[in-house]
Design a protein around this ligand. Structure first.
Ligand SMILES: Cc1cc2nc3c(=O)[nH]c(=O)nc-3n(C[C@H](O)[C@H](O)[C@H](O)COP(=O)(O)OP(=O)(O)OC[C@H]3O[C@@H](n4cnc5c(N)ncnc54)[C@H](O)[C@@H]3O)c2cc1C
Length: 402
């Protein structure tokens, strides 16, 4: 780390979450010099610190599955690429369905997985019990698993990317908010900070759910908004240590082991106690975004305890030792915005991952670096993720926000 902000950089990455850190790493890996990453607070202090760390292939849109395939190749070899460990455990995502309708929905994408060479299996109750000994199955219609799914540690991965980037010459400045973008005609020329302007050939906004206001300083409308979600963690919990990520398809409740504990993710609850699996419609305007306070709603803990005890007797006396809330960074189609900003040369966005930005970070970073350095992404066509789609029309995405 250094505190003398340079006056010029080839590329400025704004935002030190998993996406910004991974992009800085890939820029350096491609031999790019004079890369600077600016983080307003500390590395990982945004959404990345709050995530569950899940890594899955089981999406229903082909592009998402392809991004996962690309990303997990990297996650598997993370230590040889970055020199750091990141605790990737390929233990699978086990979706369980209580209804025949839910089971039919789980079966729907099987042809897609088969076409892409991804092994995904449907399971009966016995298979589920074999994977998660003791789990209640009498209320289940069946399940689905992809053994290549798993989970990792978002902050450890971020630290690995950042360390690799710094060792390759990237300069990282924490405590350095970007106050605005400086434009000269149709080009971005600098970012404005309290320490002065930093001129740049390219600027990448990897600023998560805070991207909309910063992009607006360059006259660019970006439709990303924050949606609060929560996580809970048990006290020491030695049993169920090696199980897959278990997801109740209908309720959205899920859990997985981590470091001798169990970690739980859950949908939001409505005021009348109903389940809200994802946000509804986007806000009417993006001018004054509603950043709900990051407090865990008190109604969640009893709901989680009841749900957990109902699913597995080992959770009968569950003690929640810690809990936290963080923001999903939503877009109107639950898919990220990745690519150049058409009306401002040199300006790029990689944000709005709608609850799955950790798992796709290595793929996103590699592809946005290809756009920046080669003019377009060549490993995988990501033009469907461009900001333009919200202006000129877009193909429908099928999203699965968990
Ligand atoms: C409860 C929960 C569970 C989740 N579970 C999963 C999961 O299982 N799997 C998965 O893949 N994803 C999951 N996610 C989503 C994942 O955590 C995010 O998609 C991912 O962390 C986004 O990373 P990012 O780098 O885009 O954003 P962030 O981590 O938010 O990073 C953006 C950074 O930009 C900085 N910044 C903002 N404005 C400025 C500025 N003006 N100047 C300088 N810096 C600025 C912020 O301080 C922040 O550090 C979950 C999220 C939540 C909330």
């Amino acid at each position: 780390m250094s505190d003398a902000l340079p006056r010029h950089a080839s590329t400025v990455v704004v935002g030190g979450g998993i996406v910004g850190a991974a992009t800085a790493f890939f820029l350096a890996d491609r031999g790019e010099r004079d890369v600077v990453l600016l983080e307003r607070d500390g590395l990982g202090s945004g959404t990345t610190k709050g995530g569950l760390g899940g890594i899955r292939h089981q999406f229903v849109d082909e592009l998402d599955v392809r991004l996962s395939l690309m990303a997990t190749e990297f996650w598997r070899e993370f230590s040889s690429f970055t020199g750091s460990a990141h605790d990737f455990e390929e233990r699978g995502y086990l979706f369980i369905a209580e209804t025949a309708e839910g089971l039919a929905q789980l079966k729907e994408p099987l042809p897609l997985y088969e076409r892409l060479g991804l092994t995904v299996e449907m399971l009966d109750r016995q298979d589920i019990e074999d994977l998660v000994p003791g789990i209640r199955t009498d209320d289940l219609a069946g399940g689905r698993i992809c053994a290549r799914d798993g989970y990792g540690d978002p902050l450890a991965a971020l630290a690995g990317f950042a360390a690799g980037a710094v060792l390759a010459g990237v300069r990282i400045f924490e405590g350095t908010p970007v106050q605005g973008l400086v434009r000269a005609g149709g080009r971005v020329t600098a970012v404005r900070t309290m320490k002065g302007d930093l001129h740049a050939d390219r600027v990448l906004l990897a600023t998560g759910c805070w991207t909309t206001p910063i992009a607006a300083t360059a006259g660019v409308a970006v439709p990303i908004w924050p949606y609060r979600r929560s996580i809970m963690e048990s006290g020491p919990f030695p049993s169920l240590a090696g199980i897959p990520m278990v997801i109740e398809w209908e309720s959205g409740f899920h859990f997985r082991p981590t470091d001798g504990r169990q970690r739980f993710a859950m949908p939001n609850l409505t005021t009348d106690g109903g389940v809200e699996k994802g946000p509804g419609a986007p806000p009417a305007t993006f001018d004054a975004l509603d950043f709900a306070p990051l407090e865990v709603p008190p109604s969640l803990e009893p709901w989680v305890k009841a749900r957990a005890a109902r699913r597995h007797p080992a959770f009968a006396d569950l003690r929640i030792a810690s809990s936290w809330s963080c923001y999903y960074e939503m877009t109107p189609d639950d898919h990220p915005i990745v690519g150049r900003v058409p009306e401002v040369d040199g300006l790029y966005v990689a944000a709005g991952f709608s609850g799955h930005g950790f798992m796709h970070a290595p793929a996103t970073a590699q592809l946005i670096v290809e756009e920046m350095l080669d003019g377009r992404s060549t490993t995988l066509d990501i033009s469907d993720l461009s900001l333009e789609r919200f202006r000129t029309g877009r193909r429908p995405f099928t999203a699965t926000v968990l």
